[in-house]
Design a binder for this molecule. Structure first.
Ligand code: FAD
Ligand code: NAD
Length: 465
C-alpha cells in the first residue's frame, strides 16, 4: 500500500485477512491526512464548537450561570490553546491505535516516501535516512491522498495565513478570521470559528455557500451563518492575500477580483485540494491520470496498469474517508480473488458538520432532475417536531425523495443537530430499496427527532389503486 490513510490501511487489513503479505509505506503517519490533519482534527474542534452552540440556547431553556448579568450576556469562552492541545492529542492517539492494529496483524510498516518503479515494484526513500527500500509486489494499491490547493498569490505562512492543516497552531482565537472558499471545508471552519466566538468573514466565489449541496440546505445554513453575525460575501473571488504591518498592527489583507480589500487578523484558505500523484512514477508504470491529475479507476479500483489499484482522494471519485476505505477494501477483495461488489456511490451517506449539520444520502434533487427521473419530494421542518421544540431546536428539516409509483426511497436530506446520526434510517432505505411506506410503518420513539423521518415518509404515501 502506498499511503497509510483510510484507503491504504483499510485495504491492508483486508489483504492480510485474505492471507497476503502486506507492507504499508507511509510518509507522515498512520491514519493519513484523514486522522492527522483533516477529518479527526476538524471534527474534534467542531465538537467544542457544537457545545458552544448548545450553550447559546441554555438561557432559553431556563439555565442561568452564576454571575452572568442576563440571558444575552457572553457566559462561556473558549481556551483555544486547550482545545487545540486536545485536538492534536486525539489525532496522535488515533494514529497510534491504527499503527498498533496494523502491527498486531503482522503488517509491515515502512516510513518514507514511496514511488512506483514499474507496475510491480515500489521504491521507498526512508524517513530516517537509511538506504532505499525496494519492495516487489504482485499487487500495489496507490492511496496517497491529496493536499490543500495553494494559490501562488496567497501562500500560507502558518502564522497568519493558514491551510486547514495549520490552524491547530493557533493558541488564541483570531480577532477576525477571513475564510476563503465556501465548499464543505470552508463552511465547516467558518461555522466552527464563529461558534467559538470569532468574528468571521466567509468569502464565497459562488452565488451561495456550499454550492454543490441541496439548495434548501445550503440556503438555510447561509441564513443561520448570517443570523449568528457572520459576514458572508457571495460572488467574491479572492485574487491575492498578504500579511501587512508589524507588531500589534499586523494583519491580513485579501484582495478580491473586483478590487475590494477585506482585512482580518488571520486568514484560512479553503480553496480545494490537489491530488498527491506527482513524482510517483505512475504514468511511467502505465497508470493513466485524468487532466486534473487524479488516477483513473473503475468500480473495483483497478487502474489502467495491470496489478496496480488506487483508492481514495488520489482518485477523486468521492473525497470522503468512508469512500476511500471502501475503495481500498474493494480493491483488495478483487485483487486477491474474494467475492466483490463494485462500489455503489448512490448509497454513500455524507455529512457536513456545520450547526445544524447537513446529512445526505442517495440521489440529490439536482441529480434526479439531470437524469430526468420521476420523483416526489416530501419535506418537514424540524420546528414542527415536538422533541426539537423541547430542545430549543428551530433550524432544520427532513426531506425525502421517493418514486411516485413504486414508492421506493431514492434519497434524503436531513438538516438538524446530529443529522449525521439521524440519516441512518434513510440510508438503510436507500441501500435496501425500501419504500417510503416501509419506513413509515416502523415504530419511532415518542417524542424523538427520528419521528420526523417516519412522518416525512408517511407524507410520501400513495394510496394503492
Ligand atoms: C478539513 C477536512 C475535513 C474532512 N472531513 C471529513 C469527514 O468528516 N468525513 C469524511 O468522510 N471525510 C472527510 N474529509 C475527507 C477525507 O479527509 C478524505 O477523503 C480522506 O482523507 C481520504 O483518505 P485517503 O486514504 O485517500 O488519503 P489520506 O487520508 O490523505 O492519506 C494518504 C496518505 O498517503 C501518504 N502519502 C502521500 N504520498 C506518499 C508517498 N509518496 N509515499 C508514502 N506515503 C505517501 C500521506 O502522507 C497520507 O498519510 C475531510 C477533508 C478535509 C480536507
Ligand atoms: N464533512 C465532510 O465529510 C467533509 C469535510 C470537508 C471536506 N470534505 C470533502 O472534501 C471535498 C472538497 O471540499 P473542499 O471544501 O475542501 O473543496 P471544494 O473544492 O469543494 O471547495 C472549494 C471552494 O472554494 C472556492 N474557491 C476556489 N478558489 C477561490 C477563490 N480564489 N476565492 C473564493 N473562493 C474560491 C470554489 O469555488 C469552491 O466552492 C468535499 O467535496 C468533501 O467530499 C468532506
Amino acid at each position: 500500500m502506498l499511503g497509510g490513510g483510510p484507503g491504504g490501511y483499510e485495504a491492508a487489513l483486508v489483504a492480510r485477512r485474505l492471507g497476503a503479505d502486506v507492507t504499508v509505506v507511509e510518509l507522515h503517519g498512520l491514519g493519513g491526512a484523514a486522522v492527522l490533519t483533516d477529518v479527526v482534527p476538524s471534527k474534534t474542534l467542531i465538537a467544542t464548537a457544537e457545545w458552544m452552540t448548545i450553550a447559546d440556547t441554555a438561557a432559553e431553556l431556563g439555565i442561568r450561570v452564576d454571575g452572568a448579568a442576563g440571558a444575552t450576556s457572553q457566559k462561556h469562552h473558549v481556551d483555544l490553546a486547550a482545545v487545540n492541545t486536545r485536538v492534536m492529542a486525539l489525532a496522535a492517539a488515533q494514529s497510534a491505535d491504527i499503527r498498533a492494529r496494523l502491527e498486531r496483524e503482522d503488517i509491515r510498516i515502512v516510513m518514507g516516501r514511496g514511488r512506483l518503479d514499474g507496475p510491480s515494484r515500489v521504491v521507498v526513500d526512508t524517513a530516517d535516512g537509511q538506504p532505499q527500500v525496494e519492495l516487489d509486489a504482485d499487487v500495489v494499491l496507490v492511496s496517497t491522498g491529496a493536499t490543500p490547493r495553494v494559490l501562488p498569490t496567497a501562500v500560507p505562512d502558518g502564522e497568519r495565513i493558514f491551510t486547514w492543516t495549520q490552524v491547530y497552531n493557533l493558541t488564541s482565537l483570531p480577532e477576525k478570521l477571513i475564510v476563503v472558499g465556501s465548499g464543505v471545508t470552508g463552511a465547516e471552519f467558518a461555522g466552527a470559528y464563529n461558534a467559538l466566538g470569532c468574528d468571521v468573514v466567509l468569502i464565497s466565489s459562488r452565488d451561495r455557500v456550499l454550492p454543490g449541496e441541496d439548495a434548501d440546505a445550503a440556503n438555510l445554513i447561509e441564513e443561520v451563518f448570517r443570523g449568528r453575525g457572520m459576514t458572508v460575501m457571495g460572488r467574491s473571488r479572492a485574487e491575492s492575500a498578504v500579511v501587512v504591518g508589524e507588531g500589534d498592527d499586523k494583519h491580513v489583507e485579501v484582495t478580491l477580483s473586483d478590487g475590494t480589500v477585506v482585512t482580518g487578523s488571520h486568514l484560512l484558505m479553503a480553496v480545494g485540494s490537489t491530488p498527491s500523484t506527482e513524482g510517483l512514477g505512475l504514468e511511467e508504470a502505465g497508470v493513466r491520470l485524468t487532466p486534473s491529475g487524479h488516477i483513473e479507476v473503475d468500480k473495483v479500483s483497478r487502474t489502467s496498469a495491470r496489478g496496480v489499484y488506487a483508492a481514495g482522494d488520489c482518485t477523486g471519485v468521492f473525497p470522503l474517508a468512508s469512500v476511500a476505505a471502501m475503495q481500498g477494501r474493494v480493491a483488495m477483495s478483487h485483487a486477491l480473488g474474494d467475492a466483490v461488489q463494485p462500489i455503489r456511490l448512490r448509497t454513500v451517506a455524507a455529512n457536513i458538520f456545520t450547526a445544524p449539520e447537513i446529512a445526505t444520502v442517495g440521489y440529490s434533487e439536482k441529480k434526479l432532475v439531470e437524469q430526468g427521473s420521476k420523483y416526489v419530494t416530501t419535506i418537514l421542518p424540524l420546528s414542527r417536531n415536538p422533541r426539537a421544540k423541547m430542545l430549543g431546536m428551530r433550524d432544520g428539516f427532513v426531506k425525502m425523495f421517493s418514486h411516485p409509483e413504486a414508492g421506493v426511497v431514492l434519497g434524503g436530506v436531513v438538516v438538524a443537530p446530529r443529522a449525521s446520526e439521524l440519516i441512518f434510517p434513510i440510508t438503510l432505505a436507500v441501500a435496501h430499496r425500501l419504500t417510503a411506506d416501509a419506513v413509515a410503518e416502523a415504530f419511532t420513539v415518542y417524542p424523538s427527532l427520528s419521528g420526523s423521518i417516519a412522518e416525512v415518509a408517511r407524507m410520501g404515501h400513495h394510496r394503492g389503486e
